[in-house]
Design a protein around this ligand. Structure first.
Ligand code: ZN
Length: 599
């Protein structure tokens, strides 16, 4: 990549309309970050704002910053190596000058002046933990490098810590969004110590962690109430309560705080195998665990569920084929989607699938099979056409899998009659640009033009919002699903996390979540890149609420970057909004044209 300043400016402007000139009074403003903000970055980060007039010059700590013809500016600045960072901004016009001192902070990290120390906020876990007596529980603490660190109750040493040799990760945003892999250098955390204990309950008073260096000893109480689970796991039922604002789905994660991985409807039952404060650990199968919110769970009497899977029946309906899977207990399950296949694993279950009945000949489902695996029963459904969508849920004790039929598509007029859900992203939340344009306003501007193009092509359009009032994030995909939308596209404009250089990292990208949405994401990405002329950042898989629905292909577009002056200006203009909308429209149309040929 050519990283000369001229090439970077050209890349940021792409085919976008020229920025209008604005000449007015000098009004220097920092739009981001806010004064006093905590900036989590290594040695550099970005700032953006406006001078209010296109004839101004700007310096930050003496280094010149380009000012766009409308007064907007974006800067990549070196951060002073201090916890409190002060940056001096000076803007000048021929007649006037203004100076702003921006104070920012780095995240606080405990670094005492004494030689022997323990960071009491770093003890993990604290609070209340239930753990099987035959499994190790990991403990970690930050303490003075070189100190001997131990866990002590009275005069008994419960555990001796050793230095954690794993490397500290770089900030998540830099890891996810910086193309410059030189930035990803990791350092060992010399002050992090780990230990593990097993088969021992702890009271939440009387246990201390000690750090010893020579004649110096520091002691800190470790508030951890550790209860041992009985050897028999107890059964729980998942019940994310819609009355409490939930959507009836409990989310499972591979470890506490990790990204969403499993989705279980209310009524699913599993064996509990540990708890750390508000996170409950479920045992799905030997060696396979999921973490769910303890608040979504209530105990049920009796032993852990051990489901038997009975004979399976397929029922063809006009718009779907429904697979009914009888289970003796509502066990946790997972559905894996491939291009022309759905695979359902029912964890911990045993198969007694005497019959698999296809019903009358169905053009969509070509073959079904089942097999017994160590983790449970696996049913495989092979389709004659690529997956369009599916839905799963409990119907009394049975697991229902609804497989959606692809819509009828007219190759010459592929949008005609289809229902397209268009979601203008935000509010609440959203990014903003140097002159203060909100992402929500920009997204709506693009989405309204997209609606016109779709209606002209004969499509029906469902908008998740048409005004600037906030619409809850979870309500948006539900609207699309309830209406039976054939496709869902969510319109956004991008931002970067602190510490990522916006000049080589801005451009166009489209996100998807499920395999069926990849060809749609790729088609829209191609058309957007050709309309906008910005850097092609490619498509990406993202765990975003708007691309997670399973009932239709769904994508989320990040066409432009709000913080880049030329791109923010384009999003204020009719021409820029239309070009973005046209890119999405052309992408949707070419995806549908491709699908029309499927047999
Ligand atoms: Zn957004």
């Amino acid at each position: 990549m050519d990283t000369s300043p001229a090439a970077l400016v050209e890349a940021a402007a792409g085919n976008l309309p020229d920025v209008d000139s604005i000449v007015g009074p000098l009004q220097l403003r920092v739009q981001y970050p806010a004064a006093g903000a905590v900036v989590d970055a290594a040695d550099s980060s970005f700032l953006f704002g406006t001078t209010g007039t296109g004839d101004a010059t700007l310096t930050i700590d003496g280094a010149p910053v380009r000012v766009a013809p409308n007064g907007a500016w974006l800067a990549w600045v070196a951060l002073p190596p201090d916890t409190v960072m002060r940056l001096e901004l000076v803007a000048r016009t021929p007649l006037d000058s203004q100076r702003v001192t921006l104070e920012l902070r780095r995240p606080a990290r405990y670094r005492p002046a004494v030689a022997t120390w323990i960071d009491s906020s770093s003890l993990a876990p604290q609070g209340s933990v239930e753990w099987p007596s035959d499994e190790f529980l990991s403990l970690s603490v930050r303490a003075a490098p070189g100190a001997e660190v131990r866990l002590v109750e009275g005069t008994t040493v419960l555990a001796t810590f050793s230095p954690d040799r794993r490397l500290d990760d770089v900030a998540w945003g830099i890891r996810a969004f910086d193309r410059d892999t030189q930035n990803l250098a990791r350092r060992p955390a010399e002050d992090r110590n780990i230990a593990s204990i097993r088969g021992r309950a702890l009271a939440d008073t009387g246990v201390v962690v000690e750090a010893i260096r020579g004649a110096d000893t520091v002691r800190v109480p470790w508030r951890l109430r550790l209860t041992l689970l009985d050897s028999l796991p107890h059964a729980v039922e998942l019940a994310d309560d819609p009355a409490q604002g939930g959507d009836g789905i409990t989310i499972g994660r591979a470890h506490p705080g990790a990204t969403y991985h499993w989705f279980w409807p209310a009524g699913t039952r599993a064996a509990a195998a540990g708890r750390v404060n508000g996170d409950l650990r479920l045992r799905l199968a030997p060696g396979l665990f999921a973490w769910v919110p303890a608040a979504d769970v209530h105990p049920v009497p009796g032993p852990a569920p051990r489901a038997i899977v009975g004979s399976v029946t397929l029922t063809p309906l006009a718009d779907r084929a429904t697979l009914r899977i009888p289970l003796s207990d509502r066990a946790p399950f997972q559905i894996v989607e491939r291009e022309r296949e759905l695979e359902i694993t029912i964890f911990g279950a045993s198969g007694d699938v005497n019959w698999i009945r296809y019903g009358q000949d169905d053009p969509l489902v070509s073959r079904m099979a089942w097999t017994q695996l160590p983790e449970g029963v696996r049913l495989t459904v092979l389709l004659s056409r690529p997956v369009w969508g599916f839905r799963s849920g409990w119907d009394r004790g049975d697991l229902l899998l609804e497989i959606r039929r692809p819509p009828m598509i007219d190759e010459r007029n592929p949008l005609a009659g289809l229902l397209i859900a268009v979601d203008p992203g935000h509010p609440p939340a959203g990014a903003s640009g140097p002159t203060g344009l909100s992402e929500a306003e920009a997204n709506l501007g693009v989405a309204l033009r997209l609606r016109e193009l779709l209606l002209d092509a004969g499509a029906r359009v469902l908008m998740t919002r048409t005004s600037d009032s906030a619409v809850d994030l979870g309500a948006r995909p539900r609207l699309a699903e309830t209406a039976g939308a054939d496709l869902l596209v969510s319109i956004h404009n991008n931002a970067l996390p602190d510490g990522v250089n916006p000049f080589p990292n801005n451009g166009t990208s489209v996100f998807y979540n499920h395999p069926r949405s990849i060809p749609l994401a790729a088609a829209v990405q191609r058309a957007l890149v050709s309309q906008l002329g910005l850097r092609d950042l490619g498509i990406g898989r993202g765990d975003l609420a708007l691309v997670r629905p399973t009932w239709m292909p769904a994508i989320l577009t990040e066409g432009l970057f709000m913080m880049v002056p030329e791109q923010e200006a384009a999003l204020r203009s009719e021409e820029g909004r239309l070009r973005y909308a046209r890119g999405v429209f052309q992408g949707l149309r070419s995806f549908l044209r491709e699908r029309a040929g499927d047999r």
